[in-house]
Design a protein around this ligand. Structure first.
Ligand code: NAD
Ligand code: ZN
Length: 567
């Protein structure tokens, strides 16, 4: 089976979101025009499912009905709806009859804020007559017998179903713009997004991207020297304390004072907690110590935990924030490359168990991420390089331009030249944010793309008990493995593999793992177990910046490539 990136939704379910507004209602209530106006008001994208179906079928709706029947049309409509609801910040104008299909109705109800546009039969008839000039499919409704009667009886039939929408707008005496304003007002009211939720960092130069999560949106800020402005930025985001700043001893020694000064200057109450650096601290024991400390400090639900540090601090603090008091405020201030581009974005939090890494955790989105790139100057060299591996990966899977920047300006990046480094990390953060916004809970398969190089990478890390390779180093070798696999399968062009290898070497990343115990790697990858059952999913490169998910990689090919990497 081949799964392309262009249609990742085929892989899983749609995501639930209150950042989707779905408009339903009888023909002639203005769904498309109101949809367009709502999209404009919110700066969202409009998807018109009728138009989608027509485009796909290559013929008008009346012809689809004629040629294939209503069932076939409803099925196409359902598919269009499903795909429309896969992305956030969308207004979906649905066909007038879609809501009569039970599966479509459920889908609409689960996927977003469902609004019904209502109008009296007289208004509808009048509007339909005006529209019929360029919509021949409306004419049958207006011919023969008494159209008003027919509209009334059809409306009556559908009324109980329309009534299940979460909001109804009576459009008879309103202009399209007024109806749109009413829809937005209702959406804000119901979803708790009052008008003060205008983006607090709209137009700010620090804004790299915004993660749109079901729990709300999270601005990602980046800049050289942002830490001294932390207090000011928190205020701007509407976070006023008290704060519990959690860090490890290495990061704390260097950056806690700067954070403290900035928060003091902004008159934000803060308390701090420092634990020993390293993966060992990402444990339930440490979480328990933090719970105890928070209880002692009488931390309340409305207070905020701030993770100041690398991925270990972020994952642990996030996990505690997700669970203490059933959820505290949470802000990430990542100081390592891995945390800025990866761990702080996407809401995955976890602690390790002796049995395995990241075994206990939760999806929990921060309210704000503040990445001060200048802190990278003190990050150890090896951690810096492994961080670059993930940024290079972002270029390889989704952004050929970003990859070219690595090729063309490697020296400046290796020297952490402020402007360029900030720009490259910003682009990498934006890619991760986009993927996560599309697939928050890893259900549609889009997020899988981020796992390029990780299948073998994780295997290597686990097989060597996390003592030999840093995560990014494992990923680097894993990307070389995936590229070799892709090339043998005729998926990855040779030139792409060569460019990948050259850049990984340029950034002093490993491209092979001589002498590693292959049996243990295979066991860690569960190659043996997965051979008969569900096949493993591999992310492969089809071209530069273009990844695909494949489930048809022969186990024997994987073994052979592993042997080459270890040889
Ligand atoms: N949640 C996610 O989506 C996600 C994604 C990737 C990785 N992770 C997790 O992140 C962790 C790895 O991240 P990491 O590499 O940042 O680990 P880390 O937090 O252990 O940081 C690595 C080392 O660098 C030090 N450090 C961090 N920033 C520094 C700075 N500016 N100056 C000097 N020293 C600094 C730390 O004290 C630590 O010793 C792993 O636990 C991994 O599971 C999570
Ligand atoms: Zn990774």
């Amino acid at each position: 089976m081949v799964e392309g990136v262009s249609n990742p939704w085929k892989v899983g379910k749609h995501s639930v979101s209150d950042n989707i507004i779905i408009i339903t209602g009888f023909s002639g209530t203005g769904k498309s025009r109101v949809g367009r106006a709502v999209a404009q008001l919110l700066g969202w994208e409009l998807v018109d499912t009728d138009a989608d179906v027509v485009r796909r079928a290559g013929k008008p709706i009346a012809r689809i009905f004629q040629d294939s029947g209503e069932d076939a049309f409803r099925q196409m409509e359902r598919q269009a709806l499903q795909e429309a609801c896969l992305s956030q910040r969308r207004v979906v104008a649905s066909g007038g009859g879609a809501i009569m299909d039970t599966a479509s109705r459920d889908l609409m109800d689960r996927s977003g804020f469902l609004v019904c546009l209502e109008a009296r039969a007289e208004t509808i008839e009048q509007r339909l007559r005006q529209e019929a000039a360029d919509k021949p499919e409306l004419r049958p409704l207006l011919q023969d017998g008494d159209p008003l009667d027919r509209i009334r009886s059809l409306k009556e039939q559908r009324q109980p179903v329309y009534a299940t929408a979460r909001w109804t707008v009576h459009t008879d005496s309103l202009s399209v713009e007024e109806v749109a304003q009413e829809v937005v007002r209702a959406w804000r009211l119901i979803s708790g997004k009052d008008s003060s939720t205008r983006h607090p960092f709209a137009g700010a130069p620090e804004l790299a991207a915004t993660v749109e999560a079901s729990s709300g949106s999270c601005p990602l800020l980046i800049g050289w020297g942002l830490l001294p402005r932390l207090g000011e930025l928190l205020h701007q985001a509407g976070i006023h304390g008290p704060l519990y700043v959690i860090t490890d001893d290495r990061v704390g020694a260097r950056y806690m004072r700067a954070a403290q000064r900035s928060l003091q200057a902004a008159e934000i109450e803060m308390h701090s907690f420092t634990f020993p650096n390293g993966e060992k601290s990402k444990s339930l024991e440490m979480a328990t110590r933090l719970y105890g400390w928070l209880a002692h400090m009488r931390a309340q639900r409305g207070h905020t935990l701030v993770a100041l540090g690398g991925g270990v601090v972020g994952d642990l603090t996030g996990f505690v924030a997700a669970t203490y008091n059933r959820g505290m405020g949470f802000v990430q201030v990542p100081t390592s490359m891995a945390a800025m581009m990866d761990a702080s974005i996407g809401g995955k939090t976890a602690v390790n168990l002796p049995e395995a890494k990241n075994l206990v955790g939760a999806f929990y989105q921060p309210r704000l991420v503040v990445a001060d790139v200048a802190t990278l100057r003190t990050l150890p060299q090896r951690e810096t390089m492994e961080g670059w591996a993930e940024a290079i990966k972002h270029g390889l899977i989704l952004d050929a331009g970003l990859f070219r920047t690595f090729e063309e300006q490697a020296d400046q990046l290796l020297a952490l030249e402020p402007e360029l480094t900030t720009d490259v990390i910003r682009r990498s953060m934006a890619i991760k944010a986009r993927v996560v916004s599309e697939d928050e809970l890893e259900t549609t398969g889009y997020r899988t793309l981020l796992n390029y190089g990780h299948t073998i990478g994780h295997g290597l890390e686990a097989a060597t008990e996390y003592g030999t390779f840093l995560h990014g180093e494992g990923v680097s070798i894993g990307m070389m493995g995936a590229a070799r696999i892709g090339q043998r399968m005729g998926v990855t062009p040779k030139e792409v593999m060569e460019r990948q290898e050259a850049i990984l070497r340029r950034f002093n990343l490993p491209v092979a793992c001589p002498g590693v115990d292959l049996e243990r790697v295979e066991a860690a990858m569960s190659l043996d177990k997965k051979a008969e059952g569900a096949s493993m999913r591999w992310v492969l490169l089809e071209g530069m910046g273009r990844a695909v998910v494949r489930s048809d990689v022969p186990q024997e090919l994987v073994r052979q490539v592993l042997r080459e990497l270890a040889g």
